[in-house]
Design a binder for this molecule. Structure first.
Ligand SMILES: Nc1ncnc2c1ncn2[C@@H]1O[C@H](COP(=O)(O)OP(=O)(O)O)[C@@H](O)[C@H]1O
Ligand SMILES: [Mg+2]
Length: 238
């Protein structure tokens, strides 16, 4: 089966003065379309490096990355921008919202760069999808942390990507709000979106379909959680 993300032998080496830091050491990583995958691992294990490479925010030192069937290694920056824009939505721990723009305007912002024709209905639809139908005219400062992250998720969705990559999206949120954000991710996944989420929180990570563990720049574990989820559903029915 061919995946929507197919990474082979990814190496990412950073240089700090004379020191060489191997953030990713020959990582093979694949995600099928429609999958919900989480990545856990200690601080410094290479989670952000991996996500940035998968999302074409950073280029690997070597290795290959196919996104939606397109080999990205060797593409020029302009081509890379297009692959990224057409396929990927990013969500970060810090929400990176523009404080002077309303929720609706923040969500609309990527359209400035994609030059996509997006009618008002699409923005309303996205506000609805992230549960902010009645908050569109609020400024970030008037929103809670969870609502700000919802705006950021809406902004990631506006260009209609196939994949959402999220780097510690609940790192700044309390546990109840984090759970609600994960429920939103699960809902988006049920609508067909592919999700790769980095988190420190094992309880949240286990709500994905597959959980990868990263250590010292290598994938050291992959757990399929689907049968566990099935068991839970059966319990609920009883
Ligand atoms: N721009 C950079 N320059 C030098 N070293 C970096 C840079 N970014 C990350 N690193 C190093 O690469 C390793 C992996 O970092 P990172 O991917 O941020 O880990 P994580 O997200 O799991 O905490 C760490 O040792 C980190 O110090
Ligand atoms: Mg990180």
């Amino acid at each position: 089966m061919s995946g929507i993300i197919e990474a082979k032998n990814l190496v990412k080496t950073y240089r700090r003065g004379r020191e060489e830091i191997q953030a990713l050491r020959n990582v093979d990583f694949g995600v099928d379309e429609g999958e919900f995958v989480s990545i856990i691992g200690p601080s410094g294990s290479g989670k952000t490096a991996l996500l940035n490479v998968l999302g074409c925010l950073d280029t690997p030192t070597s290795g290959s990355l196919r996104l939606n069937g397109i080999e990205t290694c060797g593409l020029k920056e302009r081509e890379l921008v297009k692959v990224r824009r057409d396929n990927i939505g990013f969500v970060f721990q810090q929400f990176y919202l523009m404080p002077t723009l309303t929720a609706r305007e923040n969500i609309e912002l990527p359209l400035l760069f994609s030059h996509k024709d997006c009618n008002k209905c699409r923005i309303d639809e996205v506000l609805q999808m992230v549960g902010l139908a009645d908050r569109g005219d609020h400024l970030p400062g008037q929103l809670s942390g969870g609502e700000m992250q919802r705006v950021a998720i809406g902004r990631a969705l506006i260009n209609d990507p196939r994949i959402i990559l999220a780097d510690e999206p609940t790192g700044n949120l309390d546990s109840a709000t984090s759970q609600m954000i994960f429920e939103l991710f699960r809902e988006l996944n049920r609508k067909g979106l592919t999700l790769v989420i980095v988190t420190h929180n094992l309880e949240l990570a286990r709500q994905a379909q597959k959980m990868y563990t990263l250590r010292d720049g290598q994938i050291v574990g992959c757990e399929d959680l689907r049968c566990v989820a099935g068991a839970e559903i059966r319990q609920d029915v009883r």
